[in-house]
Design a protein around this ligand. Structure first.
Ligand SMILES: Nc1nc2c(ncn2[C@@H]2O[C@H](COP(=O)(O)OP(=O)(O)OP(=O)(O)O)[C@@H](O)[C@H]2O)c(=O)[nH]1
Ligand SMILES: [Mg+2]
Length: 216
């Protein structure tokens, strides 16, 4: 256990490099490293969470304006794991054409990205699972990678409220075949839950090291 914690610490404290940004699946470079995609509604805090995980402030672009991340951005941590920052969904002001483009890009990525090994689905801790999240969960249940549900912005709630949402989301996740048990409540502001999520992802990275390939 101590060595896992040490591995996670080194992995996320080490160099983190921007690999590529692309608006189409075909334009993404192929990769042999395990890839973890961060997905969720616009403004839920995907880019902020990636920055907090690697202890940077400006790696992934954060914005007050929903819909800021419009392409898939890849970041590599050592030669161990790739983090993919995806554009958000569910933003009402986006045009129908843009919503269709998001769908094509993301559903193509989720189903066909060969190196995708895990999805982290972010939910605002003040709202839990919303209808657009349910649609994405149905899509994820058909993709090859298991997904972890993570609550964001826990700093905006009281502990008892967070516990309530964790229970609520855990119950909903139980009905989804590809959802992993164990919901992690996080805050990019206070770093709550960050150690837990780093450990989870480091464990995944470790299971693929030395060419070992484990199933979900
Ligand atoms: N209080 C609080 N605010 C947060 C947290 N994480 C993100 N935010 C704020 O939420 C807003 C959106 O954050 P982003 O990280 O850009 O969200 P995103 O999911 O990447 O958004 P899109 O790329 O537009 O889909 C910003 O104003 C952040 O400062 C958090 O843990 N706590
Ligand atoms: Mg973003």
């Amino acid at each position: 256990m101590a060595s896992d914690v040490e591995f996670a610490r080194k992995l996320f404290a080490g160099p983190c490099e921007f690999v590529a940004g692309a608006v189409s699946l075909e334009a993404l470079p192929e990769s042999s490293l395990p890839e973890v995609a961060f997905i969720g509604r616009s403004n839920v805090g995907k880019s902020s969470l990636i920055n907090a995980l690697v202890g940077r402030t400006k790696l992934a672009r954060v914005s007050q304006t929903p819909g800021r991340t419009r392409q898939i951005n890849l970041f590599r941590l050592r030669d161990a794991i790739v983090l993919a920052d995806l554009p958000g969904y569910g933003f009402a002001r986006v045009s129908k054409t843009e919503a269709i483009a998001w769908n094509a890009l993301i559903s193509g990525y989720l189903v066909r990205r060969a190196s995708l090994r895990r999805v982290v689905l972010l939910l605002d801790a003040r709202r839990g699972v919303m209808e657009s999240d349910r649609e994405v969960m149905a899509l994820l249940d058909r993709s090859a990678a298991a997904y972890r549900l993570v609550l964001t912005k826990s700093d905006l709630l009281k502990t008892a409220e967070i516990d309530g949402w964790v229970q609520n989301v855990t119950a909903e996740a139980a009905a989804h075949p590809a959802a992993l048990a164990g919901v992690i409540a996080t805050s990019s502001e206070t770093a709550a839950g960050m150690e837990n999520l780093r450990l989870d992802l480091a464990e995944l990275a470790q299971s693929f090291q030395g060419g070992a390939v484990a199933g979900r």
